[in-house]
Design a protein around this ligand. Structure first.
Ligand code: PLP
Length: 405
């Protein structure tokens, strides 16, 4: 029989959050070892519960969710998303340009497929949530990474962003609040990004899936609200804000200048129709989930689990000699810096494997987020305080002797 090889389209696709180090952790678990998993942003297994009313709503509605919905989504879901868009001051939004998806993930892939021809460039942050780079590559486009600046609270380096624009650049992506850094971008930074997009006629994609998980009083601003004259696509969903990552529900909202998006919208409708519709039971809870204040918001307030765990991990990491970390303002990730000279690190995958083998702690290496140097890693601080305490003690012990003298 001939060998069945994967398509060459996948040659440059990287998705390391569930990559080789995670595979090695799974192998170790199969051998009976206990692994402290600080690698995946999936709230439910760590005891973060969906608001009761959301689960109740899903139960009630399940019998009526047997059929396909409109390919963009149920009217009730899109109506609630419409109101959400209005509260976030997104300009020129209409029901027909709101699309639900099986998570934001599906919609990212859909957009990249619709927009990018071979050779088209798209600006994506480094570090990024790697699905953006993976989907742009898979679609045949060329992801070009602009740096985010650790010394400026991980906001985008605007000079770097602009210097990377060429005549082939079609769009720019921001992830705000950010995974993996926890940054929330201030209005002035967003305004300058809009200015760059305006100058170079770029479409803006803004991934805002963590917009309800801001801490310390930071107010999230949707970049689309500042760009009424530009084509914008804003992504969000319930996976993180409502701890229902397994239900698979996200959405995207087209706003701003629709005249220049006519053909893009034609393509979006075509691919949206081809996938028939997103998971209907999950769509059925959107209206309830977006309906006002809910218990999930307490997690990010002082005394809430995400807030307290963030403070603990931030301090514990900065107490380790050779590690520094910027305090995250949102979401549930931290992206610490390693003094690579001190530890003689040149390969962050090897570092992640060493940590896994020695301390049975699974983190994601910075390179997994398209960060260009081997000097960062990401920790998910969702596990309970007891687990995090154990992990931070082990991490401190690991760095106390790793590759030194
Ligand atoms: N965007 C970002 C920045 C994420 O971190 C994630 C998941 O971790 C996603 C999108 C995907 O979310 P969804 O569950 O809606 O597919």
């Amino acid at each position: 029989m001939r060998e069945f090889k994967k398509s060459s389209k996948l040659d440059n696709v990287l998705y390391d959050v569930r990559g080789p180090v995670a595979d090695e952790a799974a192998r170790m678990e199969n051998e009976g070892l206990r692994i402290l998993k600080l690698n995946i942003g999936n709230p439910a297994p760590f005891g973060f519960r969906t608001p009761d009313e959301v689960v109740h709503d899903m139960r009630q509605q399940l019998p009526d969710c047997e059929g396909y919905s409109d390919s963009r989504g149920l009217f009730s879901a899109r109506k609630a998303i419409m109101q959400y868009a209005q509260l976030k001051h997104l300009p020129n939004v209409s029901m027909e340009h709101i699309y639900t998806g099986n998570g934001v993930s599906e919609l990212i892939q859909l957009c990249m497929n619709v927009l990018l021809n071979t050779g088209d460039e798209i600006l994506i942050p480094a570090p990024d949530y790697p699905l953006w780079t993976a989907c742009a590559t898979l679609a045949g486009g060329t992801p070009v990474h602009y740096l985010c600046d650790e010394d400026a609270e991980w906001t985008p380096d605007l000079a770097d962003m602009e210097s990377k624009i060429t005549s082939n650049t079609k769009a720019l992506v921001i992830i705000n609040p950010n995974n993996p850094t926890g940054a929330v971008y201030p209005r002035e930074v967003l305004e300058q990004i809009v200015e760059i997009a305006r100058r170079h006629q770029l479409m803006i994609f803004s991934d805002e899936i963590y917009d309800r998980l801001c801490m310390d009083g930071y107010q999230h601003i949707s970049i689309a609200s500042l760009a009424p004259d530009l084509p914008c696509v804003t992504f969000s969903g319930l996976s993180k804000s409502h701890m229902v990552a397994g239900y698979r529900i996200g959405w995207m909202i087209l706003s701003g200048n629709k005249r220049c998006m006519k053909d893009f919208i034609y393509g979006i409708n075509m691919l949206s129709n081809m996938r028939l519709c997103s998971n209907v039971p999950a769509q059925s809870i959107v209206q309830t989930a977006l309906g006002g204040y809910q218990s999930v918001e307490r997690y990010v307030e002082p005394g809430g689990r995400i807030y307290d765990q963030r403070n603990f991990v931030y301090e514990a990491l900065n107490d380790i000699d050779g590690i520094t970390a910027v305090k995250p303002k949102a979401a549930f990730y931290i992206f610490p810096k390693i003094d690579v000279k001190k530890f003689n690190i040149t390969d962050d995958e090897q570092f992640a494997l060493d940590l896994l083998h020695e301390k049975h702690i699974l983190i994601t290496r910075g390179g997994g987020f398209n960060w260009p140097k081997p000097d960062h890693f990401r920790i998910v601080y969702l596990p309970r305080m007891g687990v995090l305490r154990e992990a931070m003690t082990d991490l401190a012990d690991f760095f106390a002797h790793y590759r030194q003298g």
